[in-house]
Structure formats: C-alpha cells, structure tokens
Unconditional design. Structure first.
Ligand SMILES: [Zn+2]
Length: 106
C-alpha cells in the first residue's frame, strides 16, 4: 500500500473515532465497538507509516529481518551485500557451497 493511502486510512479512521468519542453521549454498545475498530485501523495505518517501506531495502523481503552484521566494523559483509538477512543467508549458503566443492573445480 502506498504511503498516501496509509495516511488517508489513518485520517478516516481517526475522524470516525473522534466523531464517536466527541459525541454528546459516551459511546456504548455498537458505537463503542465501532470506536475500537476505528482506533485499531488508525493504529495499523500509523504503524505502517512508522515502519516505512521496509527496513531491509529488499524488494523480495521488505519486512524481513536486517542482517546483524550489516554495518559491523569487525566482521563486515562482503561488498555488494544488502541489509536483508534472508538474502544474505542465501548468499552465505551459496558461498559455502562453492567452498565445499573446493578450488580444484574452479
Ligand atoms: Zn531479501
């Protein structure tokens, strides 16, 4: 979902929530349920805004884990490797596979 539609979702949900919350009477029953639902939607939309488009910068795993070795001074990742732990693990397995076959095959 694009950031703009997240903002629209957030605004719509908050508007619904405040309409109910600032009503003459305290929300009860069905109204209270609608309020909870609207706040939940607002929270989800706000959450995805704060998460951004994905921390890994990986198109395949935008919500995946970040490699703990990324930006590690003592044990840096090979050049060209990204932040995505899943992709880096795949690369690690591939490199190890090559190493196991030994230099004789290269
Ligand atoms: Zn990835």
């Amino acid at each position: 979902m694009s950031q703009q539609s997240e903002v629209r979702d957030l605004q719509a949900a908050l508007r619904t929530a405040s309409d109910i919350a600032f009503d003459q009477e305290a929300p009860a029953g069905e109204q209270a349920e609608v309020l909870v639902d609207a706040l939940r939607r607002a929270l989800a939309a706000a959450q995805s805004l704060s998460d951004g488009p994905g921390v890994t910068g990986c198109r395949e795993h935008p919500r995946g884990a970040v490699d703990p070795l990324y930006n590690d001074k003592d044990d840096p990742l090979p050049p060209g490797w990204g932040k995505c732990l899943l992709c880096n693990d795949r690369r690690r397995r591939a490199t190890r596979g090559l190493a196991r076959r030994g230099p004789g095959l290269l």
